[in-house]
Design a protein around this ligand. Structure first.
Ligand code: DCP
Ligand code: MG
Length: 648
């Protein structure tokens, strides 16, 4: 990017989220767009960040090339054999009996705005502001204007561009209307964002004797009738392919891939690898520059090299893509681990404004939780600073919450602890759900916590009594001693020390979904086969106003697969991103600790009760926790917290 080898046209190698073509950008003068974007972003923090990423990719490519050069003629037959075996196994898992439909609204926010203000029709317009746009209509895309691009660059590309401010209430309303339609085709449909969903239409087709093509047309028609908006649809034997298909005839179109192996293989053979969810900029460049792989078919042809250079997990994913395989099952609802909402906006350090935005996000999250009947007790705040640094902060509560007011109370605490700070993105995620989904705890109901507070089964303490809740929390952990002013356990990157040693991390982490990466990659990074990537594949869409749902709960070793892919969530992050990686690990650590801690709390309640009666015993127990945090299966979060606090 902008290196001397590019001579006087450094923009030619400047590829960012802004230059990556979206639907409707086919005829765009790419070089002109690249030049303008390059010139306008040169010297900015974004540009510097991109440069670091680029340098990392180059380094990665060089290393892999060196590794490749060391492979001898004797090595290759072995790796070919490994690849052949894997391919056979993967082929055996092929399922062609399901019909999956992926639907994606066309220029969603822009279309909603136009529907409500028809004078915008036909004009190039973008939703967002001069500093960031969320999407652009198809007229604007002809100029190279696209989502996630700063508005001032978009304006330069298209001086007549009309800007419309975002209104998430509207988008949520229309999204809900589309979901009413989706539900009729598949009550278990998987919504991956406000405007995208996967539907298993196998039963619907079979029961009515309809083809995938007929159902796609019917669904699109119904969505239009009931919302006034158009969507594009892809139908295929699995979700990975259905998503690729929905983009083919955008806008207002559909593409059907029959449930036939030959058709799938033909389709996949010439498909550029970047079209696959899970293959983002980093992976694409590496595969292209190291092995000359451009199409999915070439992933199979170069299978032996993939086996030689990449981890099992990555290789399995690449080969499965080469075979056109993807997930065909419906993830069980109960596996859902989190729900979130986030917003991108113009960088600002204005505290009242940030708090207002946080309130909006809390409202969206609360509404989504209410719709899905979810109560949660771990709230994570994600921040992206003006310089693109990503931070996450989490709080783990002793009660389950759902209301906007409660969410905002805790979110504000987390945010205020970080201010002053100039931010460009904020997000809130709720995890650790109640199992039963039957509502918050009945305030009249006795709880284990109330039992502990009073030390008496007849006590009247309940979760509705705030004071007593705090007391209960104090009793349930040793945390309070180190954090006098906080009612709840605020965890995460306060602990920037040896707490994050990998052996501690390895004691069993669960799902996550976050990023310290560029804006665009988030939505694209996903895959079909790897555990860690599947989380992304299923659910993650991390753009403004998008709901993000993570569904995996695998326990995996947290490490950087192939040196740059997080083994927990699949996000790509170069080793040079030291701070970002630290934040990222902190995030996973907190998730793990919170889960571990909840088990710990339950298991140790009885112990704690007796501890209350014997202060010395309590002190001993605390010491024990502090000195041997790794000793047992469950690591109390407080042990780490105290340590971290001390070092502050
Ligand atoms: N969005 C956003 N920030 C991004 C990308 C998208 O806020 N970086 C929002 C605005 C979009 C909506 O999400 O309208 C849906 O995203 P899509 O990627 O599906 O884009 P569109 O629906 O706008 O266009 P397309 O017709 O390409 O699907
Ligand atoms: Mg869309």
């Amino acid at each position: 990017m902008g290196t001397t080898s590019d001579g006087d046209r450094p923009w030619q190698s400047y590829h960012t989220a802004y230059t990556n073509a979206k639907a409707g950008m086919e005829g765009v003068d790419k070089e002109k767009v690249q030049r303008i974007i390059y010139e306008m972003s040169k010297g900015s923090k974004y540009f510097e960040n991109e440069k670091r990423k680029e340098a990392y990719i180059r380094q990665k490519v060089e290393n892999l090339r060196a590794q490749c050069a060391k492979l001898t003629d004797k090595d290759m037959p072995h790796f070919q054999e490994v690849a052949n075996k894997k391919i056979l196994e993967l082929e055996a898992s092929r399922e062609l009996s399901k019909i999956w439909l992926h639907t994606d609204m066309d220029a969603f926010y822009a279309a909603v705005e136009t529907l409500e203000n028809p004078s915008l029709k036909g004009k190039p317009m973008a939703v967002g502001s001069m500093s960031m746009i969320c999407t652009a209509n198809y007229e604007a895309r002809k100029f190279g204007v696209r989502a996630a691009m700063p508005g001032f660059i978009a304006h330069k590309l298209c001086p007549d561009l009309v800007f419309v401010p975002t209104n998430f209430e509207k988008y949520t309303y229309y999204s809900e209307l589309t979901r009413k339609v989706f539900r009729r085709y598949d009550s278990d449909f998987i919504a991956t964002s406000l405007d995208e969903a996967y539907l298993n239409i196998t039963e619907y087709c079979n029961e009515r004797g309809l083809s995938g093509e007929e159902v796609a047309a019917e669904l699109r028609n119904n969505v239009y009738e009931e919302t006034g908006l158009t969507c594009s649809v892809g139908v295929a034997p699995n979700r990975l392919l259905a998503k690729v298909c929905s983009d083919i005839n955008k806008p207002n179109g559909q593409y059907i891939l029959p449930n036939d192996r030959k058709a799938v293989m033909t389709f996949i053979s010439s498909l550029p690898i970047r079209k696959i969810g899970g293959i983002g900029k980093v992976t694409e460049t590496i595969l292209k520059d190291v092995l000359g792989i451009n199409t999915c078919e070439e992933l199979l042809q170069k299978g032996a090299f993939l086996c030689a250079l990449f981890s099992h997990c990555s290789t399995d994913f690449f080969l499965s893509v080469g075979l056109g395989l993807g997930r065909t099952d419906t993830p069980e609802h109960k596996l859902r681990k989190s729900i979130s909402s986030e917003r991108t906006f113009s960088s600002t350090g204005d505290e009242p404004l940030l708090l207002q935005k946080l309130a909006d996000i809390a409202e969206t999250l609360s509404n989504d939780m209410q719709k899905e009947c979810i109560w949660g007790r771990t709230l994570t705040l994600k921040l992206k600073t003006a310089s693109f640094e990503v931070r996450t902060r989490a709080v783990s509560l002793q009660k389950f919450i759902q209301s906007k007011e409660e969410i905002l109370t805790y979110a504000s605490k987390l945010l205020k602890a970080e201010l002053p700070l100039s931010l460009r993105l904020m997000g809130l995620r709720m995890s650790q759900f109640r199992d039963d989904k039957c509502g918050p705890l009945d305030p009249r109901q006795k709880t284990l916590a109330s039992f502990v507070v009073s030390g008496d089964v007849t006590a009247s303490a309940t979760f509705s009594d705030k004071h007593q809740i705090c007391d209960a929390q104090t009793d349930l952990s040793v945390h309070r001693e180190s954090s006098a002013s906080n009612d709840d356990k605020i965890s995460l990157s306060y602990e920037k020390n040896d707490v994050l040693a990998s052996d501690q991390l390895s004691c069993g982490l669960r799902y996550a979904s976050t990023s310290a990466d560029g804006i665009e990659n988030m939505g694209n990074e996903c895959s079909g086969k790897c555990d860690y990537v599947e989380t992304e594949n299923e659910m993650i869409r991390n753009f403004s106003g998008h709901k993000t749902i993570a569904a995996s709960s695998q326990k995996t070793e947290p490490s950087w697969v192939d040196g740059y892919i997080c083994s927990i969530c699949g996000i790509e992050m170069p080793p040079s991103f030291i701070e970002e990686r630290q934040e990222h690990s902190d995030y996973h650590l907190a998730e793990m600790l919170q889960e571990e801690e909840s088990v710990y709390v339950t298991e140790h309640l009885t112990q704690e009760r007796s501890v209350r009666k014997a202060p010395q015993a309590k002190e001993n127990a605390r010491k024990k926790q502090k000195t041997s945090p790794k000793g047992g299966k469950h690591i109390p979060i407080d042990a780490f917290f105290i340590k971290g606090k001390k070092s502050l």
